[in-house]
Design a protein around this ligand. Structure first.
Ligand SMILES: Cc1cc2nc3c(=O)[nH]c(=O)nc-3n(C[C@H](O)[C@H](O)[C@H](O)COP(=O)(O)OP(=O)(O)OC[C@H]3O[C@@H](n4cnc5c(N)ncnc54)[C@H](O)[C@@H]3O)c2cc1C
Length: 382
């Protein structure tokens, strides 16, 4: 019997790859292994679920059992892959079983980064990176008036805006001068902070948090300068780190993510990687649009036609309804941001010395310029 194609991971990368590949190959056995419940959901919805009144249950778009039927696959949920043997082309599972593969795809996602905090509650800030995390987070919000959010990146800002819908006051703490510091120039970050501030988000930028201690039913946070603030709950949103441990232990090349070439092949034969865990031609882009490009290319490769992934420029929609924001980050640092104020909005263009547009950010009413600017951007990977 033919060994199956095995996908490790049942997130947007794993499941969308399976869907694309099944369009090209309906017969070859497919096994999907995931250490979570393997229900199909859209992770971006986790940070606007409160406003849309979604629960962990209603966020599930298709339970694992239905995915089995749709994909004609074996889905091993709540099953951790402990090791990969690339020479024997097999996986060792937490259950003790061994699974052989024809081709293996790693779609392992990324882990939330934890800040090195002091204090007797240093381990208690919660992160929301999957459905289970969201269920635990939502269950703790009853009676909560004030949430401190560590990190004013995309995820921190989105949760802050979402908490307002529940009447909760969020305080977002970040050592950078302004929110979204990895995506926006500081003046644009400040513009966003002002709009979110009008909606009720409190920003404490330019200072980090150094300790978290228990304080009654809540917490006291101590900031770097010694200032203290109280919160009923602390949410940590300081970034994600690609899950590379399994690949590294198997001897696969790993840098920031699992290193893959343009056909998403790792350094080992018959092993591929995509999604948040992968670094494609030097780029680790933990967003949905790159994943969709990857799934189509890899599906074709697994079906027998080596197909390099292509990335057009792919803007990210920041889900902060109090300040609609679209960013096409410049994937280089040799240009400069130029800002233009427009009625009810702000346009930031990232221009190179020869005037070429290499990225942009659009805030407020300026988001209507998205298509016009996008058409001027060069592809990220041609
Ligand atoms: C709150 C939030 C909001 C976001 N909003 C946006 C947005 O608006 N727009 C956007 O483009 N992107 C957004 N993103 C990013 C986007 O959601 C991710 O890029 C995408 O969901 C990653 O999918 P993935 O399949 O690579 O990883 P994941 O969905 O994390 O899936 C990883 C899978 O691997 C499994 N796994 C890991 N290790 C093992 C193991 N050893 N054994 C077995 N199984 C294992 C896990 O159980 C899981 O099934 C957001 C992310 C977050 C957290």
């Amino acid at each position: 019997m033919t060994a199956p194609v095995v996908i490790v991971g049942a997130g947007l990368a794993g499941y969308n790859l399976a869907r694309e590949w099944r369009k090209l190959d309906a017969e070859t056995p497919l096994v999907i292994v995931a250490r979570d419940a393997a229900d199909f959901y859209s992770k971006p919805m986790l940070s606007n679920a409160l406003a849309s009144k979604k629960t962990a249950e209603t966020l599930v778009m298709k339970p694992a059992a239905k995915m089995v039927d749709e994909l004609n696959a074996t889905v091993l949920a709540q099953t951790e892959v402990l090791a990969i043997d690339v020479a024997a082309r097999s996986l060792r599972l937490g259950s003790g079983e061994t699974v052989a593969y024809r081709d293996l795809v790693l779609a392992l996602g990324a882990d939330p980064i934890r800040l090195p905090l002091a204090g007797d509650a240093a381990d208690e800030p919660v992160s929301v990176n999957d459905l289970g995390d969201y269920a635990r987070f939502a269950a703790r919000l009853d009676g909560v008036a004030h949430v401190a959010i560590l990190g004013a990146g995309l995820i921190g800002c989105e949760f802050a805006n979402d908490l307002i819908a529940r009447g909760i006051v969020p305080t977002v703490i970040d050592p950078a001068e302004a929110p979204l510091s990895r995506l926006l120039p500081p003046q644009a970050g400040t513009w966003l902070a002002d709009r979110l501030g009008e909606a009720g988000v409190v920003f404490r930028c330019g200072v980090g948090a150094s300790r978290v201690d228990r304080d009654g039913a809540g917490y006291t946070l101590t900031l770097d300068g010694g200032e203290r603030l109280h919160a009923d709950l602390v949410l940590s949103a300081v970034g994600l780190r690609p899950r590379t441990g399994l690949a590294g232990a198997a001897g696969l090349a790993v840098a920031r993510g699992i290193v893959v070439d343009r056909v998403l092949r790792t350094s080992a034969a018959h092993v591929y990687a995509l999604g948040d865990c992968a670094e494609v031609a030097g780029l680790n882009l933990p967003f949905v649009m790159p994943i969709m490009q990857q799934t189509r290319a890899l599906a074709a490769t697994l079906a027998g036609t080596d197909t390099p992934v292509r990335y057009p420029a792919m803007p990210v929609l920041v889900k902060t309804p109090s300040c609609p924001t679209v960013v096409a980050p410049p994937l280089r640092n040799d240009g400069e941001w130029l800002l233009e104020s427009v009625e009810g909005g702000l346009i930031a263009r990232y221009r190179l010395a020869d005037e070429t547009l290499a990225g942009f950010a659009l805030l407020g009413a300026a988001t209507r310029e998205r298509q016009a600017l996008l058409s001027q951007l060069p592809a990220w990977l041609d």
